[in-house]
Structures are given as structure tokens and as C-alpha cells.
Design a protein around this ligand. Structure first.
Ligand code: HEC
Ligand code: HEC
Ligand code: HEC
Ligand code: HEC
Ligand code: HEC
Ligand code: HEC
Ligand code: HEC
Length: 340
């Protein structure tokens, strides 16, 4: 799939760690980063269904549309999905819950050694189920396909690869070593050697490449491993409002962007270890780093505060029941078309 959907499978990202160290290991020495990161949407981007709070809070969910009925019911510390179409019915145990952010959550189950992405997802805005974004209802014969979209092995690898650490070893899905959720090593790279070396007192081998001080371009590439890079979207789309969720692409297209300028890097505005700042005023000083009279730069004739409310508008993503922030910083006049 390429137009939209959670899944825009592109270049295989990621590391080839033989055995990832979970955040707990890093936490023994880097307590500050670990404590902040714990429980952020990124850290919780994937959980086993046994730990899916959304399903605990909503023990019975149903959706009926187009002659198909789905129900997801909590049973003990698991959940089962039943799909019924005419006289056909199928019940499958759900295994993995993907996503715990602004939009919602999609489930993955396994049948005959193949992973399926649930046709229905939970949406926070609805407090209930709707069709999974970008996954049109399947009208074929097999009831499995009405329950979920069959993933090929590359699709499954990428899906787990972006939502966890340690799930991909040497280019292959390797669930034995998964640490669910984005982890320290998802961004910092394999660190088993670092841990060993620190413990052994080997200062030279203990060095990790520090990520602070990266340029805007390096950071957009790093975050773009999962949030998609400019070139991935430029080459394959999607075009139109469906690309609003790919922040590196939008930001790089902005007049404010400068590849070598850290003041416009992802981490100039976001703490990679912390929760997302949702107060508009908190971003003002990020803009002021470049837009101030003192720097003889362009300043705003219209307002002095809450810059992002006008220049980074929030845009409804079709099918997601959620709005995303347009990172193409611009003068957004009412009625103007969405710039691509
Ligand atoms: C046994 C203690 C210990 C553990 C466990 C540990 N680190 Fe470190 N880490 C250190 C020390 C000490 C340094 C500073 C070493 C240096 O730069 O000379 C460091 C440095 C780093 C740096 C670079 C900091 C900088 O400013 O250069 C990163 C990134 C990092 N660690 C990440 C991790 C990750 C990710 C994990 C978990 C996989 C981890 N560390 C586990 C002790 C530890
Ligand atoms: C290994 C893949 C991966 C990498 C690398 C990554 N992210 Fe994410 N990020 C995710 C996923 C997956 C989510 C969605 C989490 C959810 O809502 O379930 C996410 C969500 C976010 C959010 C939204 C949090 C919220 O409250 O809704 C922000 C902000 C974010 N990432 C920033 C960054 C920045 C900045 C970087 C680079 C420093 C980065 N990410 C690198 C996978 C990644
Ligand atoms: C290339 C990396 C990548 C792949 C592959 C990927 N995701 Fe994601 N996913 C992300 C990032 C980054 C976000 C956060 C930004 C967004 O919502 O677009 C996200 C968000 C989500 C969300 C919404 C969370 C929320 O509420 O914000 C769900 C659900 C989700 N992904 C499920 C899946 C499933 C299921 C698969 C596999 C079929 C998959 N993703 C494949 C990177 C990826
Ligand atoms: C989403 C990507 C991401 C994740 C996940 C992440 N970090 Fe970082 N980390 C960064 C970035 C980017 C920086 C540099 C921030 C800056 O510019 O100040 C950083 C900085 C650090 C530093 C300071 C040294 C340096 O590289 O500048 C340490 C130590 C560190 N992280 C440890 C951790 C630990 C431990 C975890 C897991 C609990 C973790 N990080 C998870 C992206 C990440
Ligand atoms: C100039 C500041 C700025 C920069 C630079 C920036 N962001 Fe954001 N970002 C924001 C604001 C503002 C929000 C919306 C916060 C809110 O109100 O929820 C946001 C929200 C997000 C979200 C949550 C989903 C959404 O679209 O609302 C993600 C994910 C994200 N940014 C990723 C990134 C990545 C990756 C980069 C680097 C390519 C980046 N951001 C660079 C300001 C910035
Ligand atoms: C790295 C420095 C930098 C940062 C940070 C930055 N900008 Fe800019 N911005 C620029 C440059 C350079 C231009 C192009 C100026 C020109 O055309 O002379 C620009 C142009 C603009 C424009 C005019 C766009 C157009 O279409 O003509 C607006 C509006 C704007 N910035 C708003 C913001 C806001 C709001 C923020 C914070 C969210 C921000 N900028 C952050 C450097 C920056
Ligand atoms: C209430 C909405 C609003 C807010 C808030 C706002 N702006 Fe603007 N901004 C505009 C509009 C509208 C224009 C275009 C003005 C025109 O062309 O007549 C503009 C123009 C600009 C320009 C281009 C100026 C030029 O000479 O080309 C910059 C740069 C800019 N704003 C930056 C900012 C910054 C930085 C902030 C926060 C301090 C901010 N804006 C807050 C609405 C807003």
C-alpha cells in the first residue's frame, strides 16, 4: 500500500543488534533519560495485548458495517476478535497492540504462521472501533481477510521494526529478541558493547556517538527512519493531505529549514525522551531563535506570540479521526490549497 494507511512500507530501517538491551539496562546508569522516556507514546508504541490498557478499559467493542460484524472481547488477560459475515464466523486471539498516541490502536494476530493487521482499529476520538485507516473492507471469499489484512514477511518485519527495538536481526523479523515499543537503541543504535565496555572500565570502547549537536539534516534522517525521510515521501508519496503525518518531509519543504542549522532540527522543538509539549506558547522561543529583530530577520506583522497556532496549522488526516501538525511552516491563509 502506498497512498495512506498506517503502513507505508519503504526501505527497511534499523539496526542489526544481536541482543538489544532493554531500557531497564540503560536505566541503571542513565536514570534521567530512562525515567522521562518511560511511558511516552513512543515507548508504548507496541505492547502485547495482555498489557493493552485500551482493551482493559473497553472489555467489549463492536463494529458492524457492510454486512460484516467485528467484536473484540476481553477474556482474562487476553482479547479475542470475532468476525461474522453471513453464515461464516472466525474467532482469533489478538497478540499485539500497535499505537498508543493521538489517533488510536491497531491489532495484529497470527494464523498459520502468517501475521494479519486487524481490519478494525480503536480510535480515541470515537472511543470505539472503526475501519483501519487505508485498509478498505475486504470483499473476497476468505473470512481471514475480513478479520485482517495479510502481511507478507517484509511488511511484518517493518511493522514490528518501527514500533519496537530488537525485533529485526540481520534484516529479518526475530520476535525472540523483541523489546516492545521504541527503545533507547532504536535511536542510539546497538549498545550492548557500550554496556560491557563501561562495566569493564574500557573507556575507549565505551564511547557512544553523541546525538546532541547533530545538524537538522542528520536529525531528520534519524527520526525519519520511522517518521519517514524527505526522500522516501518525495519519491513515493503520498501526495496531498495524507503526507501531513510525515514531519521530516513537511519540515524540509519549509522555507525555515536549513540542512546545517540545528535551530530547526527535530530536537530543537522536541525532547526525544520526553512527552510531546502541547502548549503553543512553549514553541515561541524556538521561532525566536531565528525570527527576531535583533537578528535582522523577518518578524511577524500579525502577532507576537503563539506562532505555531497560525503557521503550523493542525490538519485532519482522512480516516485517522485525528489531526496532525503541518510541519511545513508557512503563511497559511484560509482557503489556500494544501501545499505539496
Ligand atoms: C554501567 C553503566 C552504563 C550503562 C548500563 C549504559 N551506559 Fe551509556 N554511558 C555510561 C557512561 C559512563 C557514559 C560516558 C562514557 C563516555 O562518553 O566516555 C555513557 C555514555 C552514553 C552515551 C553518550 C553520551 C555522550 O554525551 O557522549 C549514550 C548515547 C549512552 N551512553 C547510551 C546508553 C544506552 C542506550 C544504554 C543502554 C543500552 C546505555 N548507555 C547503558 C554508562 C552506562
Ligand atoms: C524506531 C522508530 C522511531 C524513531 C527512530 C523515532 N520515532 Fe517518534 N514515534 C515512533 C512511533 C511508532 C510513534 C507513535 C507512537 C504511538 O502513538 O503509538 C512515534 C511518535 C512520536 C511523537 C508523538 C508523540 C505523541 O505524544 O503523540 C513524537 C513527537 C516523536 N515521535 C518524535 C520523534 C523524534 C523527534 C525522533 C527523532 C529524534 C523520533 N520520533 C524518532 C517511532 C519512532
Ligand atoms: C516506517 C516505520 C513504520 C512502519 C513500517 C509502521 N509504522 Fe506505525 N507508526 C509509525 C510512526 C512514526 C507513527 C507515529 C506517527 C503517525 O501516526 O503517523 C506510527 C503510528 C501508528 C499508529 C497510530 C498511533 C497513534 O495513535 O498515533 C498505529 C495504530 C500504527 N502506527 C500501527 C502500525 C501497524 C499495525 C503497522 C504494520 C502493519 C505499522 N504501524 C507500520 C511508524 C511505522
Ligand atoms: C526517539 C529517539 C531517542 C530515543 C528513543 C532515546 N534517545 Fe537518547 N537521545 C536522543 C537524541 C536525539 C539525543 C540528543 C539530544 C540533544 O540534542 O540534546 C539523545 C541524548 C541522549 C543522551 C545524552 C548523550 C547524547 O547522545 O547526546 C543519553 C545519555 C541518552 N540519550 C540516553 C538514552 C536512553 C538511556 C534512552 C532509553 C531510555 C534513550 N536515550 C532513548 C534520541 C533518543
Ligand atoms: C519549529 C518547531 C518544530 C520542529 C522543528 C519540529 N516540530 Fe514536530 N511538532 C511541533 C509542534 C508545535 C507540534 C504540535 C504540538 C501539539 O500541539 O500537540 C509537533 C508535533 C509533532 C508530532 C506529533 C504529531 C503531529 O503531527 O501533531 C510528531 C510525531 C512530530 N512533531 C515529529 C517531528 C519530527 C520528526 C521533526 C523533525 C523532522 C519535528 N517534529 C520537528 C513543532 C516542531
Ligand atoms: C533556523 C531558523 C528558523 C527557525 C527556527 C524558524 N524559521 Fe521561519 N523562516 C526562516 C527563514 C530563513 C525564512 C525565509 C525568510 C525569507 O524568505 O527571507 C523563514 C520564513 C518564515 C515564514 C514566511 C514563510 C513564507 O511562506 O513566506 C514564516 C511565516 C515563518 N518563517 C514562521 C516561523 C515560525 C512560526 C517558526 C517557529 C515555529 C519559525 N519560522 C522558525 C528561518 C527560521
Ligand atoms: C494570528 C495568526 C498569527 C500568529 C499567532 C503569528 N503569525 Fe506570523 N503571520 C501571520 C500572517 C497572516 C502573516 C502574513 C502577513 C501578511 O503578509 O500580511 C504572517 C507573517 C509572518 C512572517 C513573514 C513576514 C514577512 O515579512 O514576510 C513571519 C516570519 C512570521 N509571520 C513569523 C511569526 C512568528 C515568529 C510568530 C510568533 C511570534 C507569528 N508569526 C505569529 C499570522 C500569524
Amino acid at each position: 500500500m502506498s497512498r495512506n494507511g498506517w503502513l507505508v512500507v519503504l526501505a527497511a530501517p534499523l539496526w542489526t543488534a544481536a541482543s538489544p538491551a532493554g531500557a531497564e539496562v540503560c536505566a541503571t546508569c542513565h536514570a534521567k533519560e530512562a525515567a522521562r522516556f518511560h511511558n511516552t507514546p513512543m515507548a508504548r508504541a507496541l505492547v502485547p495485548v495482555s498489557a493493552a490498557e485500551i482493551l482493559e478499559r473497553n472489555p467489549s467493542l463492536t463494529l458492524e458495517t457492510g454486512g460484516v460484524r467485528w467484536s473484540i472481547v476481553r477474556q482474562g488477560d487476553g482479547s479475542v476478535m470475532t468476525v461474522t459475515r453471513g453464515s461464516q464466523s472466525l474467532t482469533v486471539p489478538l497478540l499485539w497492540a500497535f499505537g498508543r498516541g493521538r489517533a488510536g490502536q491497531t491489532y495484529v494476530f497470527e494464523r498459520g504462521g502468517v501475521f494479519y493487521e486487524s481490519r478494525v482499529s480503536f480510535y480515541n476520538a470515537l472511543e470505539g472501533l472503526d475501519l483501519t485507516m487505508g485498509a478498505p473492507q475486504h470483499r473476497g471469499e476468505e473470512i481471514e481477510e475480513a478479520a485482517g489484512r495479510r502481511m507478507d514477511s517484509l511488511g511484518a518485519r517493518d511493522c514490528f521494526g518501527c514500533h519496537s527495538s530488537g525485533a529485526v536481526v540481520e534484516g529479518r523479523l526475530h520476535l525472540e529478541s523483541i523489546v516492545p515499543g521504541v527503545g533507547c537503541e532504536s535511536c542510539h543504535g546497538p549498545a550492548a558493547r557500550h554496556v560491557e565496555a563501561v562495566r569493564a572500565g574500557d573507556a575507549a570502547a565505551a564511547k557512544m556517538r553523541p546525538l546532541s549537536g547533530s545538524t537538522a539534516e542528520d536529525m531528520a534522517e534519524l527520526c525519519g527512519k520511522c517518521h519517514r525521510t524527505w526522500s522516501e515521501i518525495a519519491l513515493r508519496g503520498p501526495r496531498g493531505v495524507n503526507n501531513v503525518r510525515f514531519q521530516p518531509y513537511r519540515l524540509v519543504n519549509s522555507k525555515c529549514y536549513g540542512a546545517g542549522d540545528a535551530r530547526i532540527s527535530c530536537t530543537a522543538c522536541h525532547d526525544p525522551h520526553g512527552p510531546l509539549e502541547t502548549s503553543a506558547a512553549a514553541y515561541d522561543r524556538r521561532c525566536a531563535a531565528c525570527h527576531s529583530a535583533a537578528l535582522h530577520a523577518k518578524t511577524c506583522p500579525a502577532a507576537k506570540a503563539n506562532c505555531v497556532t497560525c503557521h503550523m496549522p493542525k490538519i485532519e488526516l482522512p480516516g485517522a479521526h485525528a489531526r496532525f501538525t503541518d510541519h511545513q511552516i508557512r503563511i497559511a491563509r484560509a482557503g489556500d490549497p494544501y501545499p505539496n
